[in-house]
Structure formats: structure tokens, C-alpha cells
Design a protein around this ligand. Structure first.
Ligand code: SF4
Length: 474
């Protein structure tokens, strides 16, 4: 079936759902409500915007209180075993709510539901779940929703409604979406991952890499710009390999050039980059760009070449350092942030010393530092030489202290200068301030009101407070 045919079926299914939602609302004497709870990364947040868009197109109204919604959909993450435990605890508590309100509908989707063992657990231990579907079946959601609503409207009984595929090459365009922000939006440019880093479950639950056609991406960004979006975040597990497998002659650097041409878009961000695929071409395009933000998130994971090899990261300490130096040299003012795992199987103090050495040499502007957490189903989970919790915690503190030192030093470098801030919100602690981001991703708080939200404002960076700035309009 072609993607156009898939799109047609999706829209027809939404129309069919709308009739059932209308009928159910008439019987209840009020609107039917939904709540989507999102766990995990930006890709999941983007998927949740689509799930919410489908539900609203079908006639549901958003309900902020998860416990009060008629339909609750959990978009799950399975990156760590303890994230799974947390989710199952949460699911158990919603079961108690459903006991009191048997008409409540509960759905589970996302990465966790893609795993067979998790699905079996849900079927056996959480029989109150009505609907479950995998990461490759988001496009089937309207059809599954239709089945669920039919069952409810006809008061029919039935088993769990479910749909799973192991992988897919389907990319259905033009799915309705409910954006969380008026002025910024994520845009999927590719799905899946081919890298199989030894600690990571993503390739197993998100499938093989597939890129969207550049014309589809640009059309979406043009529509977003027409709708008031100023900043787009191009999303993929490994954006640097964008274009592989497409019939058109394109790569990530060329795609960025095309996005740059879209009028109305002032800022372009992207994530995530894999160091092994970040090309000179991309660095040149970024250096010449007026719109691509001065920030690259470049996951390091470890500074030890031995550990990197075991992780299957396909770069070494030395190659990472030379890439980072090249980026800093060619793109002045660029912020480099990273992810670091401490306590990976077999890691010694000397390996952690290597990581600290890289942090010192690169002078990261920020880092998400994690203690390694075993993920069942990955290669690393069966590796010997587990690092004790005590050792991991000690080394984690060492790494964190170095990251904090370099990121504070880097942030301070622009004190007293001015910069453009995209205002995102009213400050949560002090409502006389607004909060926004510089191109380099640093947060800035300065006096202002809600009328500034979504605007790019020139701000004097008066005072660096560690990892953020207090400023005033320039
Ligand atoms: S690049 Fe590695 S860490 Fe990132 S999603 Fe793919 S396998 Fe996971």
C-alpha cells in the first residue's frame, strides 16, 4: 500500500471515530476527554503531539488531570529497567482509579509496548488495559481507537485490542498534531537506528533507520512557519546519517541548507548527533548559517577508547577530541553538550580518568551524566565485570564535579555581552520574569510579560548564575 493510501485510511478512520465520539458525548451530555502521559525523550514528546492531534481530530477534548480523563494513553519509554518498573507502578495505580470508573479507557503505546515481555506482563497482570500498540503502529492508532470506541458505545465486551509489527518502512505524512508550543516545534526527519550501541535498546524497539523525503520535511516546516513557528528542532536518533537509503541525493548538511531557506523560520536545532557520522560538510554548513543554533549535542558516553569499543560506539577518545576541536575552531561560540555513562561493565578508575580528561580538553558546556543502568535485552546486560554501585557512585561524583566546573566556566564567558533570546515562558519562580534560550541553549531570565512569549528579544546578559543568566532587555 502506498503512503498516500495509508494517509487516506488514517483520515477516514479519524472521521469514523468522530461519529462514535459524538454519539458517546451525546449519551453522557458532555464532551469525551483524553489525557496523553508521555515518558522519555523528545521523539516520544513528538509522537505524543501526533497522538493528541489524532484524538482531538476525532472529537476528544484535552483533560489536564490524568485521573479524570475518559481515555488515558501512556506513551512509554523503556531506555532503562528502572523506567519500566516506574511505569508499571504508575499503571497499577491507574487500575485502582478504573475500578471506580469502569468506563475509563486505558491505552499503552511507545517503546515499552514494543517489547514482547512487557506486553505479556501487561496482558497477564494489568487486565484493565484496553488498548496496546507498538512503535511501528502509530499510524494504526485511529483504526484501533475506532475498535475501542465501537466496543464502548455498543457496551460490547472484549479482549485487549492490540497491534504490533516488528519493523516497518511506512512513513505516513500529514498526521494531525497538537503542538505543545505555538512558536517552536520538533520535526521528525528520520526514524529508528542502525547503530546497536551495546547498552541501548532503541534499535530493537524503534527498528531500522528510515529517513523522510526532504520535500515532505520542507513542506511540514513551511506549514509550521505559516502557523507562527520560529524554531524547529530536527529529530532523529542519528541525524548525521539522514538520507541514507533514500532515492534522492541528499544528506543532513544539504537538508539543513534547504531548511535554512524556509522564510519565517529563524532558528534551527537538531538532535541527536553521532560523533562517528558528523561530517566536515555539516560543520561548514553550520559555520556559514545564520539560522542554525550555536549548539551541538554530541554524546561522548565514555572517554576511554577501550570502553568505547566495548560500547560499539565506533570512535575513539582521540577521534572524538579532534572532532570537538575542529568544531570549536570552525564555529566560534558553539556550545558543546554531551551524554556520559559512568559504571559501564568493566570500567576502571583509569577509564574514568580518560573521561575526565576529555571533559577537561573539550570544556563541555553541559552534560547529562548517568550511572550505567542495565537494560535487559542489550549486549551489555550480559557482560561480566559489573561495576559495584559504590564505585559507580564515587566515579559519578568525580565526573559530575568536572562537568560542573567546565560548564560554569563556559557559561561565564559571555557575561556582559548581549544575545538573542527566544522567549518560551513566564518564569515559574518569579512571574515578573520571562524565561528563554540563547542560540547556544543557555537559559536566560529577564523582566517581561506574557506578550513576549514566542518573540526573539535582544537581551543584555548581566549576571551569570552558574548555568543560567539573569538579563535585561538591551
Ligand atoms: S546511536 Fe546508539 S545510543 Fe543512540 S539510539 Fe542508536 S543505538 Fe541507541
Amino acid at each position: 500500500m502506498s503512503n498516500e493510501e495509508e494517509e487516506k485510511i488514517l483520515l477516514e478512520s479519524i472521521d469514523s471515530c468522530r461519529l462514535l465520539v459524538k454519539e458517546r458525548s451525546r449519551l453522557l451530555g458532555r464532551s469525551l476527554t483524553y489525557h496523553v502521559t508521555t515518558f522519555g525523550c523528545q521523539m516520544n514528546a513528538k509522537d505524543s503531539e501526533k497522538l493528541s492531534g489524532i484524538l482531538e481530530a476525532a472529537g476528544f477534548e484535552r483533560e489536564e488531570d490524568e485521573l479524570a480523563a475518559d481515555f488515558v494513553l501512556y506513551n512509554t519509554c523503556t531506555i532503562r529497567d528502572n523506567a519500566n518498573q516506574k511505569f508499571f507502578g504508575h499503571l497499577g495505580s491507574i487500575g485502582a482509579v478504573k475500578k471506580k470508573n469502569p468506563d475509563m479507557m486505558i491505552g499503552v503505546c511507545g517503546c515499552l509496548s514494543q517489547e514482547r515481555s512487557a506486553r505479556e506482563k501487561i496482558t497477564q497482570s494489568y487486565p484493565f488495559v484496553d488498548l496496546i500498540f507498538g512503535t511501528h503502529n502509530l499510524f494504526d492508532f485511529p483504526q484501533l481507537l475506532y475498535k475501542l470506541l465501537t466496543r464502548q458505545v455498543t457496551k460490547g465486551k472484549g479482549h485487549l485490542i492490540s497491534e504490533f509489527w516488528d519493523d516497518t518502512d511506512r512513513i505516513v505524512e500529514n498526521i494531525p498534531s497538537r503542538r505543545n508550543y505555538k512558536f517552536k516545534s520538533g520535526v521528525n526527519i528520520m526514524f529508528g537506528c542502525n547503530n546497536f550501541c551495546s547498552y541501548c535498546i532503541v534499535p530493537y524497539v524503534r527498528g531500522r533507520e528510515k529517513s523522510r523525503a526532504s520535500s515532505d520535511i520542507i513542506d511540514e516546516i513551511k506549514r509550521l512557519a505559516d502557523d507562527g513557528v520560529k524554531e524547529v528542532m530536527l529529530l532523529g536518533q542519528n541525524v548525521n546519517s539522514y538520507g541514507r537509503g533514500l532515492s534522492e541525493d541528499i544528506n543532513f548538511a544539504r537538508l539543513l541548507e534547504k531548511v535554512e531557506e524556509v522564510s519565517g523560520i529563524s532558528r534551527i536545532r537538531f538532535m541527536t548527533s553521532h560523533p562517528k557520522d558528523l561530517s566536515d560538510d555539516l560543520i561548514d554548513v553550520m559555520a556559514a548559517s545564520k539560522k542554525i543554533c550555536r549548539h551541538i549535542h554530541l554524546p561522548l558516553q565514555s572517554g576511554s577508547s577501550r570502553i568505547l569499543e566495548s560500547m560499539n560506539r565506533q570512535y575513539t577518545k582521540e577521534s572524538y577530541l579532534s572532532l570537538a576541536a575542529k568544531i570549536r575552531e570552525r564555529i566560534p561560540g558553539i556550545a558543546l553538550t554531551t551524554d556520559i555513562i559512568v559504571g559501564y561493565p568493566g570500567e576502571t578508575d583509569a577509564d574514568v580518568d580518560d573521561t575526565i580528561d576529555v571533559i577537561e580538553k573539550v570544556q563541555f558546556d553541559g552534560a547529562f551524566t548517568f550511572i550505567y543502568s542495565e537494560r535487559t535485552g542489550t549486549r551489555a546486560a550480559s557482560m561480566p565485570d559489573k561495576v559495584s554501585a559504590k564505585e559507580a557512585a564515587r566515579n559519578f561524583e568525580r565526573v559530575l564535579a568536572k562537568v560542573q566546573e567546565t560548564s560554569q566556566k563556559r557559561a561565564k564567558l559571555i557575561e556582559g555581552m548581549t544575545g538573542d533570546v527566544l522567549v518560551e515562558d513566564i518564569n515559574r519562580q518569579d512571574s515578573s520574569l520571562v524565561t528563554g534560550r540563547l542560540s547556544n541553549n543557555l537559559n536566560v531570565h529577564f523582566p517581561g510579560d506574557a506578550s513576549l512569549i514566542g518573540q526573539i528579544v535582544r537581551v543584555h546578559l548581566s549576571e551569570c548564575r552558574g548555568f543560567y543568566y539573569i538579563g535585561e532587555r538591551a
